[in-house]
Design a protein around this ligand. Structure first.
Ligand SMILES: *[C@@H]1O[C@H](CO)[C@@H](O)[C@H](O)[C@H]1NC(C)=O
Ligand SMILES: *[C@@H]1O[C@H](CO)[C@@H](O)[C@H](O)[C@H]1NC(C)=O
Ligand SMILES: *[C@@H]1O[C@H](CO)[C@@H](O)[C@H](O)[C@H]1NC(C)=O
Ligand SMILES: *[C@@H]1O[C@H](CO)[C@@H](O)[C@H](O)[C@H]1NC(C)=O
Ligand SMILES: *[C@@H]1O[C@H](CO)[C@@H](O)[C@H](O)[C@H]1NC(C)=O
Ligand SMILES: *[C@@H]1O[C@H](CO)[C@@H](O)[C@H](O)[C@H]1NC(C)=O
Ligand SMILES: *[C@@H]1O[C@H](CO)[C@@H](O)[C@H](O)[C@H]1NC(C)=O
Ligand SMILES: *[C@@H]1O[C@H](CO)[C@@H](O)[C@H](O)[C@H]1NC(C)=O
Length: 562
């Protein structure tokens, strides 16, 4: 033990010295000394794993996970800064690798239980399962040969081959977990570095080709973090670490039994404890094959990164079990309508061949407020406003921090729009560089108006969907009893799916407190506009005889009144 510690402190000393040296002398003839430190670190790690020869001869492995498999969410949480929600609350799976001369194949056979979070979009959340095979390389692919990983899809729907963007993402995740990762890294002429993690300085090597950093356990020399960087559209540069520990020896090689995905150095996104490791198992014929052409309408898509879909966004979709391919609609499918004749400035935008997300655009005399910033669709909305309304988008409002509502906030901030958010959420949105926030509180809703139209944005604490959840009403600047009132609501009531009535019930109570008209037109983020009576009838709830003058939150609803 003592000699190991001594050897290690020597490596760390050497590392510190060479790192400094490299900084001082980046192009001088000694610059390759950093490589020798990297080689030392990798050799020490490979020795600890069981040696070069044993690792090179490894043909395949299966990690069998019987008990602990959980997935949490980066952004679909209740609180803004806590990872407090499960996406997959339990599961079991086998993860297998098979190694070729060049590259690997991976297969995941996963059984999972979606968490009760999804009761807001599904009447039931019973267990589901899938088998997914992946092949590395430029001719690689990822294919679901059974089931799928999308909570909206029927369980028995075989997804088939996934698109190039998700293939690239999933192959990187597979590469990170591969027991032969270090043999790959070694080929790429990595450089030695150190990583600060939880106030510890740890030895590491950086592989520019894979865009990964491998951090070593200073006590055992074994790989402990496989780090990738992701450029998160809201959180900024974020570490996506695969943490490996609790190694066990099987047939002369060390395998990690506890595997976690740690996001941003904090959140445990995925939790796995391996029950059994099988080394060089006899895989059935065709175990790693994708579907044959006559078994699927999908086709293999070799990995191809797409700058429009960074890994952070793909992490959102994959971990939240929501990926269904890239956004494909366009302005030719846009149907703009006006839910209320007396509110001609309230444009409802529906992309008819992409019905996941509907938006409102409020056209005031001098400015425009866009409701919500869904990823990719926002670019079309910005273009539509430029070409058709021809007024600056001065404001953006997002209903809450779940990713489908706001991953494009930065695109609005970049064109100078101020973003309307509840005060308690300001620290979250402030992570976007140069963002201008307009904040409001429970007592003082944000109100925007001109001489014709007004919008009010309403937050109250402890609503059930997310801590920062807000809704918005739109009416005239000084409504009569029979003036129209629109209420844009995200997730509390949706016509696209069978929403959990608990969310609708909570919103109904808030609406009563605010004095919302019983004749309000509900404009859901996920679905077509509908009458508010549908909401209270579905709840079997009485609703007071409120009209558009009954609204109380934010003061007199008639803004022209003295
Ligand atoms: C070693 O480090 C120097 C300075 O950081 C760098 O310029 C050089 O590219 C590195 N060598 C290799 C092979 O990466
Ligand atoms: C995992 O592998 C073990 C051993 O081959 C097998 O008994 C089990 O059924 C597999 N589980 C799944 C989920 O495929
Ligand atoms: C999936 O299950 C549903 C309901 O049980 C059934 O109607 C449908 O035909 C099944 N689809 C496939 C592809 O097996
Ligand atoms: C590495 O990843 C970061 C973060 O996603 C990205 O900005 C960078 O372009 C990547 N580098 C390469 C060489 O792919
Ligand atoms: C280490 O792995 C064993 C075997 O799977 C498991 O029982 C144990 O809980 C793991 N320990 C930790 C600290 O994860
Ligand atoms: C929408 O239409 C475009 C153009 O025809 C098509 O490429 C795309 O797949 C469609 N999207 C959906 C979700 O159907
Ligand atoms: C466009 O939206 C309006 C209002 O919701 C609706 O009446 C109309 O049918 C839609 N058009 C198409 C082509 O779906
Ligand atoms: C509208 O609501 C206000 C306040 O709740 C009430 O005083 C008024 O009588 C209502 N008007 C009509 C026409 O129902």
């Amino acid at each position: 033990m003592a000699s190991l510690a001594t050897a290690l402190s020597f490596v760390l000393m050497l590392l510190a010295a060479t790192v400094d040296f490299a900084h001082a002398c980046s192009s001088c003839r000694y610059a390759r000394r950093n490589d020798s430190t990297a080689s030392q670190l990798i050799n020490a790690a490979i020795d600890s794993l069981g040696g070069h020869e044993a690792l090179s001869n490894l043909k395949g492995v299966t990690y069998q996970i019987n008990d602990v498999f959980r997935v949490r969410s980066v952004m679909q949480n209740y609180h803004l800064f806590e990872t407090d929600r499960y996406i997959v609350s339990s599961g079991f799976q086998n993860i297998s690798f098979s190694f070729r001369e060049q590259g690997f194949s991976q297969r995941i056979d996963r059984n999972l239980v979606s968490s009760d979070y999804f009761t807001f979009i599904r009447p039931e959340v019973s267990p589901r399962d899938f088998s997914m095979v992946a092949k590395s390389g430029s001719d690689g692919f990822v294919c679901f040969t059974k089931g799928n990983n999308n909570v909206f899809f029927p369980k028995n729907q075989t997804y088939g081959y996934v698109d190039a963007i998700m293939t690239e993402y999933l192959l990187l995740q597979a590469q990170k977990l591969s027991p032969k990762l270090l043999l790959e890294v070694e080929k790429h002429d990595p450089t030695a570095t150190t990583v600060e993690y939880r106030e510890s300085t740890l030895p590491a090597v950086r592989d520019e080709q894979l865009n990964l950093t491998v951090v070593f356990d200073p006590k055992t020399n074994l790989p402990m973090l496989i780090r990738a960087f992701e450029d998160h559209p809201i959180l900024g540069r974020t570490n996506n670490d695969l943490q490996l520990y609790n190694y066990t020896q099987v047939k002369g090689l060390q395998f990690p039994r506890t595997q976690k995905i740690i996001y941003g150095d904090e959140a445990i996104l995925e939790d796995t404890i391996v029950s059994q490791v099988y080394v060089n198992p006899a895989f059935e014929q065709g175990f790693f094959d994708g579907l044959a052409p006559d078994e699927t309408e999908t086709t293999p898509s070799p990995p191809k990164a797409d700058p429009r879909y960074g890994h952070a966004e793909m992490t959102e979709y994959w971990s939240n079990t929501l990926w269904a391919g890239e956004y494909t609609s366009s302005l030719e499918f846009l149907n703009v309508s006006h839910p209320a004749d007396d509110l001609p400035g309230a444009h409802h935008l529906a992309f008819l061949n992409n019905t996941n997300f509907y938006q409102l655009v409020l056209e005031f005399e001098e400015s425009v407020i866009v409701f919500e910033a869904p990823p990719h669709q926002s670019e079309l909305v910005i273009q539509w406003v430029e070409e058709n309304i021809k007024k600056p988008i001065s404001h953006l409002w997002v209903s809450h921090h779940h990713h489908d509502h706001n991953l494009d906030v930065a695109k609005f901030a970049a064109i100078g729009a101020s973003v309307i958010v509840p005060e308690m959420a300001a620290p979250y949105w402030s992570k976007i560089p140069d963002i201008q926030l307009l904040t409001f509180t429970e007592d003082k809703p944000f109100i925007y108006s001109d001489s014709k139209m007004q919008a009010r944005f309403l937050w109250r604490p402890n609503t059930p969907h997310s801590a920062d959840w807000t809704y918005a009403i739109v009416t005239t600047a000084c409504p009569d009893a029979d003036t129209s009132m629109l209420a844009f609501t995200a997730d509390a009531y949706s016509t696209n799916f069978e929403s959990d009535t608990n969310l609708a019930n909570s919103w109904l109570l808030q609406a009563i407190g605010d004095g919302m008209s019983k004749d309000t037109i509900v404009v859901p983020a996920h679905g077509w506009p509908t009458s508010f009576s549908e909401v209270y009838e579905r709840l079997g709830s009485p609703y007071p005889d409120f009209n558009s003058t009954s609204f109380v939150s934010g003061g007199n609803i008639c803004l022209n009144a003295a």
